[in-house]
Ligand binder design. Structure first.
Ligand SMILES: CC(C)(COP(=O)(O)OP(=O)(O)OC[C@H]1O[C@@H](n2cnc3c(N)ncnc32)[C@H](O)[C@@H]1OP(=O)(O)O)[C@@H](O)C(=O)NCCC(=O)NCCS
Length: 181
């Protein structure tokens, strides 16, 4: 197996429906995650090092989706230290060739059914006002599961980004019973 080819994770709660494999990311995934994010505009690109931390320290709350050995989906997430009942979704990326098939929503569902999410009752994320695909995906996820939502501006363009980035609105989904999700 090539050095940069991640082994299949023993920790995977593998869902092989539709030939997609869902698993926890591992450190060799870092460069592939970086490439996928770069291909998924308008996501902000982070350093490979940051992606490596997502694939290691935050592996329990992140998910990689593979189709025919290609990384076609990735969600980075974490449980905020002071909000143990919340899964914060940092970024969601689905490669162009895998979009429109419910993959992003399936990755979210995969995350909240994990043992590590047993105390999770809320999903939070931030979205810029113009990212229609992201609003559409998260709202559809919540609507299908009859989960309540609320939103407000978390990071203001002028105050938090010196005017160089759009506002980031916080979307909170929940409370929910993850057994119903
Ligand atoms: C947003 C993204 C993750 C969606 O992935 P996906 O696997 O195609 O999404 P799903 O198929 O699970 O969900 C699609 C839902 O979102 C909605 N949606 C998708 N693209 C949309 C768009 N451009 N405008 C409005 N709604 C959209 C669909 O209507 C669908 O809802 P429905 O099932 O009720 O019809 C993908 O388009 C992507 O990676 N975009 C670039 C990166 C990005 O913006 N990420 C989100 C920010 S964190």
């Amino acid at each position: 197996m090539p050095a940069d080819e991640p082994k299949k994770a023993d920790s995977s709660s593998a869902d092989t429906k539709d030939d997609i494999i869902f698993r926890k990311p591992e450190s060799p995934d870092g460069p592939r995650v970086h490439k996928l994010i770069a291909e998924c505009k308008p996501l902000d690109e982070n350093s490979v090092y940051c992606n490596l931390l997502q694939c290691t320290h935050f592996a329990d709350t992140s998910v990689a989706a593979e189709m025919d050995g290609d990384l076609v989906g990735f969600i980075s997430g974490y449980i905020p230290p002071k909000q143990q009942n919340t899964l914060f979704v940092w970024q969601v990326a689905v490669h162009g060739k895998a979009r429109g098939k419910g993959l992003a929503k399936r990755m979210l569902a995969e995350l909240i059914k994990r043992d590590e999410a047993e105390n999770v009752q809320f999903i939070e994320t931030t979205i810029t006002p113009d990212n229609e695909a992201s609003w559409g995906m998260f709202r559809s996820f919540a609507y299908e599961r009859r989960m309540p939502t609320e939103e407000f501006i978390l990071f203001d363009s002028r105050i938090h980004f010196a005017g160089e980035h759009n506002d980031e609105h916080l979307l909170r989904i929940g409370p929910f019973n993850r057994d119903d999700a």
